[in-house]
Design a binder for this molecule. Sequence first.
Ligand code: PLP
Length: 339
Amino acid sequence: MIIDFRSDTVTKPTKEMLRYMMKANVGDDVYGEDPSVNELQEYAAKLFKKDSALFCASGTMSNQIAIKISTNSPGELICEEMSHIYKYEGGGIAFNSGISTKLIKGDKGRLTACTIESSINPKDIHFPENQLVCIENTSNKGGGTIYDFEELKKIRKLCEKQNLRLHLDGARVFNAIVESNYTAADIGPLFNTISICLSKGLGTPVGSLLLGNHSDIEKARRIRKIIGGGMRQSGYIAAAGLFALKNNIHRLKEDHIRAIALAEELKVLNWVKNVLPVYTNIVIVETHSEKEMNLAIDKLNKLNVKCSVFGPCQIRFVTHLDITDELLHEAIKRIKNVF
Ligand SMILES: Cc1ncc(COP(=O)(O)O)c(C=O)c1O
């Protein structure tokens, strides 16, 4: 039995989710006639107090559409240097939107209003015009870190003052919400656009949503069509998203508790130099050397425990819907046998 900690994207739909999907009412969504897609979009928009939403194939697609509708070439977006939109979306910012990117070093993946303000270009023809700020909550490369509500409000205020649009890459925003003092409805109004992923901690096989006001989502629908993302009877997968939003948000806490339990066990092993603080469902282990890291990953693979390389001497373990207490205990037993 493989125990897979590589990512929270590896989950398979549960029987209950599959049953819900099979019962979906569907139609042609390019005509706007799929009742399940429409219901999912309305449900998610309401949750975050936004006007409207658009069902997209992936988090990358919804982020890239958000960037496209929020910028004009030649402009510039501002984001943290480890952001997913910059590091892991294949150069899509330049390719799709023809803009440059100003990277800021943040605190474990998080920006502050102050650091953003100090990086805004002067109004001078030598510099690209800053048009958009993108933040990520939780921050994947930051180790699942969470933004503080007060900081989010300050960032919003700054963006208003500087006439900058604000996008949230909320691939794991529900992991942040279950651990913090804010709700989806509290943070939704702070952003122009928000992307949320259904296929990570929430456990659906496919899908993401882009949220925004009516006019932004109308523009987004046009871009989605241009890049080939208009889907037809996508209600079957949208139904999985509805099921997940209704049933799988609160249980994310369980993933966080298991991540802490895993970190506690890992921290005492002799091949582990350090385990970084756990904020949500991501555990980052530092090894003494790259050689030791590769050896550990090899051995873990042989023991059918999968995890991923995260940095030169860093291994990432992610807890998720398919890691039960039983599997966690079994994994810990195997991990203790590595050296
Ligand atoms: C923070 C973040 N944003 C966006 C994405 C992109 O999602 P997708 O893999 O669905 O394109 C990911 C994927 O892991 C992610 O971690």
